[in-house]
Design a protein around this ligand. Sequence first.
Ligand SMILES: C[S@@+](CC[C@H](N)C(=O)[O-])C[C@H]1O[C@@H](n2cnc3c(N)ncnc32)[C@H](O)[C@@H]1O
Length: 251
Amino acid sequence: MTYNFAAQREAWAKPPIGGRSVASGALKGWSDEAIRMWTHQTWPRQYGQPSNFDGGYLKHLGIETTLDKTVMDFGCGFGFDSLGYARGGCKVVLADIRLDNLATARRVLMAHDFMPLESRLVTDQHPFFDDPPEVLDVFHCSGVLHHIPYASDILRRASEVLAPDGEIRLMLYTDHLFRTMTKQEPGGIDDDVSQHPAFERYVRGCDAVGYYADWYTPEKLLKRCAGLFDLAEWHYLRPDRGNAVAILRRA
Ligand SMILES: C[S@@+](CC[C@H](N)C(=O)[O-])C[C@H]1O[C@@H](n2cnc3c(N)ncnc32)[C@H](O)[C@@H]1O
């Protein structure tokens, strides 16, 4: 498959937030007060939609109940998950492939009187990001891993920066989402999803932007873990089970 990282980086100028794709750079000139008001209005749309995550997202990822940990929000977008962690006293390292997303997530945190520990610009080459300043308790990666064809390499990199008892928290697209979006069977777990005849339809059905989307089952995720991690939890979200939260711990 061809994965054009530069094109992805361009496209993800508009990450999804509250059910829409919004240019993160648009918040640049806003006051802290305007950011706080917008966050307050957007938060319920991001986390509360009955047809979307219906509360299970925050619950299963433990975003609001994780206290005093060091967390990397890998693919942070607007940084709402980071804000949830920061409210629990967590130290948050922001990470994203776009500088404007990092800058906006930082503004979102700062408007709420939190300061990210540090930010990391992510590339498509190992080591993908510089080491965080502290060993991580949580490598949080929501709505991101399925957009990366070298997912095994990212999981291996996460294992290098995680504490021995640390965990990876993922929100993933599932095989059920592929069926919902394409009305077709997704193929086998070893197949290259980008070769599926319905790949383009699947990608556009999932997101307004971006050029790559994979789907996961517990079995496929474990295969990507290559023996480094065990699957500690798997919870489907949405009525069609199109999204799932997965928690990985060291094998
Ligand atoms: C669907 S958004 C999710 C944003 C946020 N995690 C959330 O749940 O709202 C995907 C995010 O992943 C980032 N991203 C896309 N490809 C990536 C890659 N190869 N490595 C790291 N981050 C990536 C995008 O810039 C974007 O911010």
